[in-house]
Write a protein that binds this ligand. Structure first.
Ligand code: KIV
Length: 272
């Protein structure tokens, strides 16, 4: 069932809350650089997340932990320069907010001031309540992130499905309500059972954006490199690939190499 789509010249935190109220699903992808941000924005994406997954897909680290605040600001400001419509949300990286509300506010302010993005995202529920309160009180929109929170990967021990057990599911439901009360404008739910995600989405007025959380939520997010098929290394069940850029790029580069070696490139028209 598809809802009536309202045209938004510029998507704001208010627009996506309105989309939920109107039953319009929210599209969100990650972006880390100017060129791709411009492409995704022109295609009409609603929200761009400058995710700390940049640590994996841009820098080649195994986890999101190593990326720094300066590096996130560099990626975010590149994305901001390519975008004229989408809402831009930036992850607070590991170690820049956990259990220290003053530091959390300083980190959020640096992102907003130095990148020009529109909102920040941080991982965690009740434990981060004080930080969220401070950031929201400073006028900075906050997106929450519950379920599989990759900055806690060493505590979880694996990237397996979260909140299968009743106790963890109960905490997640309480955390989602708390994040709404604290003033978060949206929440990402990562890799949890679809029935639980549906229950959470129905229990709050703010949008729930899922990744591996089923279809009964208010929107979906994927990592851009994954959905464009830029690598074959990451194949979780929740991932749908919309292109095979690994093949397209490899073929194009092989062709270029051949042309250079055989002096087919450049030809007479391609020189001065
Ligand atoms: O950093 C990221 O890409 C994310 C998404 C997986 C939601 O947080």
């Amino acid at each position: 069932m598809s809802a009536v789509r309202k045209e938004y010249k510029r998507v704001t935190t208010k627009s996506i809350v309105e989309m939920k109220a109107n039953g319009e699903k929210i599209s969100m992808l990650t972006a880390y650089d100017y060129t791709f941000a411009k492409l995704l924005d022109s295609a009409g994406i609603d929200v761009l997340l400058v995710g700390d997954s940049a640590s994996n897909v841009m820098a080649g680290h195994e986890t999101t932990l190593p990326i720094t605040l300066d590096q996130m600001i560099y990626h975010a400001s590149s994305v901001v320069r390519g975008v004229s419509r989408a809402l831009i949300v930036v992850d607070l990286p590991f170690g820049t907010y956990q259990s220290d509300p003053k530091k959390a506010l300083r980190s959020a302010i640096r992102i907003m001031k130095e990148s020009g993005a529109h909102a920040i995202k941080l991982e965690g529920g009740k434990e981060e309540a004080e930080s969220i309160k401070r950031i929201v009180n400073a006028g900075i929109p906050v997106m929450g992130h519950l379920g599989l929170t990759p900055q806690s990967i060493h505590q979880f021990g694996s990237f397996a499905l979260r909140a299968k057990e009743e106790a963890e599911a109960q905490k997640l439901k309480e955390d989602a309500k708390l994040l709404e009360q604290l003033g978060c404008f949206a929440i990402v739910l990562e890799k949890i059972p679809a029935t639980l995600a549906e229950e959470v989405a129905k229990s709050v007025h703010i949008p729930i954006i899922g990744i591996g959380a089923g279809s009964a939520v208010d929107g979906q997010v994927l990592v851009m490199q994954d959905m464009l098929g830029m690598s074959n290394e990451f194949q979780p069940r929740f991932l749908r690939k919309y292109a095979n850029l690994q093949e397209v790029i490899t073929n194009a580069v092989s062709h270029y190499i051949e042309d250079v070696k055989s002096v087919d490139f450049p030809n007479e028209k391609e020189q001065y």
